[in-house]
Design a protein around this ligand. Structure first.
Ligand SMILES: Cc1cc2nc3c(=O)[nH]c(=O)nc-3n(C[C@H](O)[C@H](O)[C@H](O)COP(=O)(O)O)c2cc1C
Length: 191
């Protein structure tokens, strides 16, 4: 897949096949995050890989799915849950006032890298961070920023032209539709 194809192909995926993602692949994704741009090159981000069935089951209730969909369409059904998670941590002993931007850059590298391996992902900010911290016995000086849910895709999602709502929606055959503003509408000025 070429670079642009990867970018346009990436859509949030919230339904996954049972086939697990290899640990080596998950490590590779974190290697892509490792070299993302970081403000002043201060590297406060660290990552947790969750791929064991036991811990996956415990993380699942601690993340919230698809807030824009009706409640009965949000959460992956049994057997379609993520098969891995990457948890994005900030080591607060390493001070960086701009760390939230770094999180964005690192996560995007992971999401695009996942597409390259045929893996679907969901970047998740709506999480029970304190519960996850307790569950995984993460020391106080780490902040959990976001969780990335991963697995081989078991749903399709397509972009469609934005009309009057940013809400993504699911059609009768279970395909996701994600409105995106048109290129000409977001180029504010050209000088
Ligand atoms: C910072 C951030 C937080 C997000 N948090 C969640 C979340 O908690 N749960 C969820 O299901 N999706 C979450 N998403 C995914 C967005 O809903 C998704 O990116 C958006 O609908 C656009 O769809 P697309 O990724 O296919 O372009 C989040 C995305 C971002 C960038």
């Amino acid at each position: 897949m070429d670079f642009e194809e990867i970018i346009f192909k990436r859509r949030t995926i919230r339904r996954f096949k049972k086939e697990p993602v290899a640990l080596e692949t998950l490590k590779k994704l974190i290697d892509l995050a490792r070299v993302a741009p970081m403000a002043r090159n201060i590297q406060a981000l660290e990552f947790i890989i969750v791929h064991s069935v036991e811990i996956r089951k415990k993380i699942f209730p601690l993340v919230n799915w698809a807030g824009s969909l009706p409640e009965d369409q949000r959460t992956p059904e049994k057997g379609r849950e993520p098969t891995a998670y990457i948890i994005v941590l900030v080591n607060t002993k390493i001070k960086n006032a701009y760390v939230d931007f770094d999180v964005g850059a690192a996560v995007e590298n992971i999401l695009l890298g996942a597409v390259n391996y045929g893996i679907g992902s969901c970047w998740m900010g709506s999480i029970k961070a304190e519960n996850i911290k307790k569950l995984l016995k993460i020391p106080e000086y780490y902040n959990i920023k976001h969780v990335i849910s991963l697995g081989y895709p078991d749903e399709e999602s397509v972009i469609e032209p934005y009309k009057d709502s940013f809400n993504y929606w699911k059609d009768d055959v279970g395909q996701m539709h994600v409105p995106k503003r048109a290129l000409n509408d977001i180029i504010f000025k050209i000088f």
